[in-house]
Design a protein around this ligand. Sequence first.
Ligand code: NAI
Length: 367
Amino acid sequence: MFAARRAASTTLARGFSTSAAAPFKCAVLGAAGGIGQPLSLLLKGNPLVTKLSSHLSPPSPFSPTRFYTVSPYVLANVEQLALYDVRGAPGVAADISHVNTASEVKGYEQNDIKSALEGADVVIIPAGVPRKPGMTRDDLFNTNASIVQTLAEAAAQYAPKALIGIISNPVNSTVPIFAEVYKKAGVYDPKRLFGITTLDVVRSSRFLGEIKDKDPKDVAVTVVGGHSGVTIIPLLSQTEAGKDVAGEAYKALVHRIQFGGDEVVQAKAGTGSATLSMGYAGARFADALLRALDGQTNVVEPTFVDSPLFKDQGVDFFASNVVLGPEGVKEILPLGPLSAAEEDLLKAAIPELAKNIKKGVDFVKSQ
Ligand code: NAI
């Protein structure tokens, strides 16, 4: 059935390719949560939006602002969406499975993580507790560290070759936790593990677009470092729209990008953190992984990976632009020229990142 669909969908759904598409299995762990549900829905695809997608021109190879709600790759290439959660996944799966796109959706309960993971090409993980007002992402460490460790142990056993995207906070620590579990299991491949920092990229593009009165799709901002407070470093000097933002306006914009999540946490008044925008950002990152798996070249996204860039300063993981390929990380791109203000942001980020990463590593090593 999948082979037939694959052949039929080759040019129609993708719109701009003639090569055969491989069908992929995509698993979402934590699929019934605030992020998991919209993320799963976006992965399933919206047929109306798909119709629009057939009229889109091909994305420019290095544009991180491509409009990702339209995800022809997901529609054409996800043969099975495996939704796993400790509660509620079968209900979410039943609901989403009625959306009339081709992929099959299955929900898995707590005792069936093996079936959710086996054969998965891409695994996206938004499992864990979110922040409440007044909390930092690091305050989530104690609860989420154990959740991510448990899921990493399962993935190491049942899907050791999958590309893994971690959303669970604090990303600066949960990615190192995942890596340590894989090392213990003897299956660690640094090319296949990603911390999803795409929401920072999405926010930067939106916030800069707002103050410059530009359509965000024309405003690409690379965000490097990590995913919490001062570790989030938007490289505004490298963008046409952002390079002349200076003084108080610059400080306010950087602060809004670094602490934009707090706006949502406060507005939700104790009921959670960003879920819908994160679902969108997570779907965009999953889409990038799928396009890379499918052999598209020049897929570039900022993401938090095992990186050589600042290892000499005790920072083993760092977010920067990464060229993605069928094996995961193809090339980690250098930061490029930084302004004096960005050099200062980097100086502030490095010790915090080193601390966050060590905390994750120590958590696993101490057991
Ligand atoms: P939520 O509480 O609405 O959903 C979390 C889901 O995870 C729940 O359905 C829960 O049952 C499930 N879960 C808990 N333990 C599990 C386990 N062992 N296995 C499978 N599922 C499990 O939380 P929300 O708002 O969806 O946030 C999830 C995580 O994402 C939080 O840690 C939050 O801080 C983080 N986050 C990350 C962002 C990023 O940019 N990377 C942005 C926003 C949130």
